[in-house]
Design a protein around this ligand. Structure first.
Ligand SMILES: Nc1ncnc2c1ncn2[C@@H]1O[C@H](COP(=O)(O)OP(=O)(O)O)[C@@H](O)[C@H]1O
Ligand SMILES: [Mg+2]
Length: 246
């Protein structure tokens, strides 16, 4: 029997792919400030959570459009709403650059689509956005869903990101109490957890405002917490909170 490959290395001699030292700003100020270190790292997986209506989809469209405008390439897989709705939202917000859109429920198809787009745009940074995780399935007829399946799907997305150096952002639902589908098992699969929420704390000075912050970040410190306002043209930053306030 062959001896198992010795995987022990001196930490300072581990071969680090240079792409892991790059940072890709999205061009959306509040988002980049939230990331706190200049942007996404290739192979990054982010979970974006928030209650219905807070503006997760709006935020995703703004970021995807901005990324395309900077020469990157982005696929939004939307099962929450039809591609036609997404197009109408883009028109309303007067987004100029656009992005690829699809509405597949099967995660295998979504990953195949992302790989095909990556091959079509060699040398460009690929982003895959999934709206939303709980709607995705392991098959074509969407019969396999639920927390266990969501965890497996998150693992597949993570494996794709790590293999291809693509960036993944997936949206997850939260309950009234702020818990998200899949709980901490899913949190372990992601490099970042971006939280977008209404401040429902009556005593809070930002009560009633939309708050955006990155609460977990494997690639650096959590950056600025922003107060955002929803407008017809999308989300705009109206303020920032210091670390102690957020
Ligand atoms: N024309 C509009 N002008 C301003 N706000 C709008 C407009 N249309 C929709 N909205 C707001 O967008 C919100 C929904 O945003 P969306 O990104 O779909 O949220 P989420 O994905 O978190 O459910 C709604 O709460 C609504 O207030
Ligand atoms: Mg949505």
């Amino acid at each position: 029997m062959n001896a198992p490959k010795n995987r022990v290395q001196h930490v300072l001699s581990v071969n680090v792919d240079p792409r892991l030292k790059t940072r890709i700003p999205t061009g959306v100020d509040y988002f980049d400030q939230g990331l706190g270190y200049g942007g996404f790292v290739p192979s990054n997986v982010m979970m974006l959570t928030g209650s219905p209506g807070v503006g997760k989809t709006t935020m995703t469209l703004q970021v995807a459009d901005s990324l395309h405008g900077q020469g990157h390439v982005c696929l939004l897989n939307t099962t929450e709403q039809a591609p036609e709705n997404v197009t109408l939202m883009c028109e309303r917000m007067e987004l100029k650059h656009g992005f690829y859109v699809a509405d597949d429920v099967n995660i295998v198809t979504v990953i195949k689509n992302a790989c095909a787009i990556q091959q079509k745009h060699p040398g460009k940074q690929m982003f895959l956005m999934v709206d939303s995780l709980p709607e995705m399935s392991m098959n074509d007829d969407a019969t396999e869903t639920g927390n266990k399946v969501s965890l497996e799907i998150a693992k597949l997305l993570r494996a794709w990101a790590k293999q291809t150096f693509g960036v993944v952002v997936f949206i997850n639902h939260v309950t009234k109490g702020g818990a998200f589908a899949g709980k901490n098992n899913i949190l372990h699969q992601v490099d970042q957890h971006a939280q977008f929420m209404f401040d429902i704390e009556k005593k809070s000075p930002t009560f009633g405002e939309r708050i955006f912050k990155i609460s977990k970040n494997r690639w650096g410190s959590s950056g600025v917490t922003s107060i955002l306002q929803m407008t017809e043209k999308g989300l705009i930053q109206t303020g920032q909170l210091m670390a102690a306030e957020s």
